[in-house]
Design a protein around this ligand. Sequence first.
Ligand SMILES: *[C@@H]1O[C@H](CO)[C@@H](O)[C@H](O)[C@H]1NC(C)=O
Ligand SMILES: *[C@@H]1O[C@H](CO)[C@@H](O)[C@H](O)[C@H]1NC(C)=O
Ligand SMILES: *[C@@H]1O[C@H](CO)[C@@H](O)[C@H](O)[C@H]1NC(C)=O
Ligand SMILES: *[C@@H]1O[C@H](CO)[C@@H](O)[C@H](O)[C@H]1NC(C)=O
Ligand SMILES: *[C@@H]1O[C@H](CO)[C@@H](O)[C@H](O)[C@H]1NC(C)=O
Length: 887
Amino acid sequence: MGRFIGFGWFVLVIAVVFVAAQKKLPRNIRIQCLGNVMRVDVGPLGGKILEVAAVMNNATIFLTPSMASQCGFSMTVCQFGNARIYASLQNCFVQSEDDTAFTTTLKLHLHGNRMGEDEVYQVSETCLYTTWASREIVCERNYMEVSMKRAAPDDYVLPKHPAKGANSRFGDPRRDAEKHPEAGSRMNTLIITTPAPRLLLRSPKTSPETYTQIVAGVPMTVVKTSTLFEKKWLATEIDAAAACPILEGSVFFTSNSISWFLPRHIDPLISSGQFQLLEVHIGVDGQKLDAAEMAARQYSLTVNDKHIIVEIPIGAVGGYFKSHIQDGQYLTSYTIEPMIEMLWTEDSTHGDTHYKVLLPITTPLLSRPPQVIDNTIPEERVFKVLFGPFSSDVALMNITFPSEVLSEADCKARGINVLEQMYPESSSKVLTVEVPFTDQVVLQMREMGITVYTLHITLGLVVLPEFAPFTHTAYLEAKLVENVPPSISGACDNQNFYILVKYGTHGFNFQTTVGKQILTPRLAQQYSFTENGTHFSFAVPFSSLDVVFESVQLSSIRSRLDVVLKNPETSKTIQEFSMSCNNISPLTECFPNGTMTAWAVKLESVPSLNPSQLTLKDPTCGPVFSDDHYAYFVFTANSCGTTRKFLPNVMLYENEISLPDELERKKTDSKNEEPEFELKVSCYYDINKTHAVAFHARPRRSEPYAENAKGELQVEIRLASDNSYSAFYRVEDYPVAKYLLQSLYFEVELMRSTNSKLSVELENCWATLDVDRTSQPRWNLIINGCANPVDPYQLILHPVWPDDRVQYPSHFKRFEVSMFAFSEDKETLSRQVHVHCDVVICDARNPQGGICTGLCSNQENKIKGQRRAIPDKDSVKHVSSGPIHLS
Ligand SMILES: *[C@@H]1O[C@H](CO)[C@@H](O)[C@H](O)[C@H]1NC(C)=O
Ligand SMILES: *[C@@H]1O[C@H](CO)[C@@H](O)[C@H](O)[C@H]1NC(C)=O
Ligand SMILES: *[C@@H]1O[C@H](CO)[C@@H](O)[C@H](O)[C@H]1NC(C)=O
Ligand SMILES: *[C@@H]1O[C@H](CO)[C@@H](O)[C@H](O)[C@H]1NC(C)=O
Ligand SMILES: *[C@@H]1O[C@H](CO)[C@@H](O)[C@H](O)[C@H]1NC(C)=O
């Protein structure tokens, strides 16, 4: 063990613990011949101790640092503990053949530690070098060497004592080394003669024989010797000199580059007046680079009349970063070993000089804080964050979240991805961490359709090999708008539908259909389309063909506009919107001069109707105006088949709008289907005033349809003369006279319907004194389908059977009440009654419950306290009988 103590310089104690080094990789030792030097890459030491010995003539000579510098060896351990040995082709232990082939044999002993076993390798390489210049100068990290073509004849011998000049010592260090390795420390500058035809001077840079000289502003270490060779009485003196740049004073740093200045004319090496620079090359790690490689690595070389200047960007290929932690701060240094080779020539005596200098350069500590780059795409629902760049000597230990600390393995098990991307050219790496939004370490906050995800993440890192810990923290936030489809809203006034479409979240591309048409730019213009980035709106007039009419009421039309948003690619509906509005407009007008006007509108349920074909009762009376939506009729009370009826105080004019052929069929065939279109126009005229009071449309519909109107038009109430219900009082028979308690036989009929599924049900029937159905006093006959239980003379419902007149019994209801009178006081009875009913038209295909079940549900509902189902307004119809007088 004691033997190694003296080899401290070479005994490298490297406590690197690399995961990779724990695996037993076959060692890949590479040897390269680089001109007049040889490079041995030993590879990562993995915490082992490397001992290098030279092998010559079966003898093993351990290389101590001082012997290495005297014998032409240098060694470095760079990034990750990679060991590298440089050997001069003229090292002390080389075996040369014809001064062109140089064989060096080394024994590498890697002493095992806890991490592994001992490894011993013997490597040997023969390098060919034929292009010897008259003088070859090599500046290595620990020595300088000059080799000169021997001017003196071979049989000259070395002088016995030092010649003038430097404190030289003569001898063969190989022999000395074999005998007393320690003696090297005393042998500083060596002049060595070998059988080879060259004279060699080698000096450790630190030897006392060296001195510093400023050459063109650049400090250089210089050594000079003068050697006297004797042969008998002849003596020849040979001068040898080497000069190598000193790092400090020749290398300058900026924040992003390194500049190395080398004198172009190295004065201590040039003695003649003639100097001509022939070649300049640069290289790295002893390897010469060509112009293309230099350009690719962004190295630059400038030669001016004073200097050769090499500029290398910090981080360029060829060097490496090393991390340092200072006060928790992450700092880096950059190391590179550039080389300059020059070839110059002097006069014929001096010949040419090949000058090579390898200069390891390390920058001062640089503050290049690693960045956090948030590459999260919220829609992917994963936080993606990049940390770096870090130098490749940084290793991730753990990841800290506010709630927990996870190792890399924990992360993997949890679905948190940690990716390490290496950039070998710049010896750096980037760490990417991917945390799904669903992981418990991600916090969520929802607000108005936007979810905000937050992540607080701290990487626990160490710098190898010293295990210096440091951390890097990121705080991330991602907002995700929940995918909202476009939405539609609308409004209307008396002229237009106003549609407002709110764009959904990004990604909803859609096509808008208005009514039956696609909203093209032309149509958009027609509908006053406007847009503001978040919404668009347009207005569709009621008269537009894109509007459909659902139904008509006395003085209004119920119109509907449909807007559909579709995916143009898939034609899938994204959003549907329908809006119905009542457009108040008198459909029938009656003027005092006897002119009547009527609008017939085409309802959605009668799509095939062509309004222009509609006529009044007189088929020659067509519309004065029509389009696909409307027909407009103007006629007078005494034309176009208008009928008139005299009623008390008023005159009733009536006409009908229908299709002429419908009219024909109705005449010839009573079993006809419901007419496709029929519109009754009625005008009441009294002496002083004129007003339109009725308007009826009865298009074919799937639902029972009735208008709040005079009963005789669709549902009629009649008074039969007896219980056979075969004869009825006519309009002109009113008022009908009856005795008190005489039976009154009423019949209610759903007129003109051939739909056997329909039925009429009596919801409420009552009697009033006045013609006004809402007037008081009032006496209830039927309440919610049931006979008034408190009436002492209860109403009797009579079943209806088919006969000549009755085709569909369900279209009829018959009931019997006893004639009665309202008494104004004890003495005087009122002379007249009117009977009114609320009639519900029920559709067996579409039961509405309640009264349509045909059962009297009054008692039951009262007991249960429930509300009965309210029938659809449209299917409730009011009928009133004419006045019945008490005789
Ligand atoms: C080196 O050793 C080998 C065997 O160990 C022997 O054969 C060889 O002759 C030796 N060479 C020299 C130069 O001593
Ligand atoms: C996480 O790693 C860092 C190294 O940067 C270390 O200092 C710390 O103790 C580790 N934390 C845990 C809980 O292991
Ligand atoms: C666009 O118009 C809509 C409706 O008028 C309005 O609510 C919205 O604020 C407008 N947006 C912009 C960006 O002006
Ligand atoms: C009847 O009166 C209306 C409204 O005043 C008018 O438009 C129409 O021309 C008149 N008709 C006749 C026949 O005078
Ligand atoms: C109609 O006018 C006459 C006089 O012109 C008047 O006596 C009568 O009361 C009016 N009728 C109505 C219903 O206003």
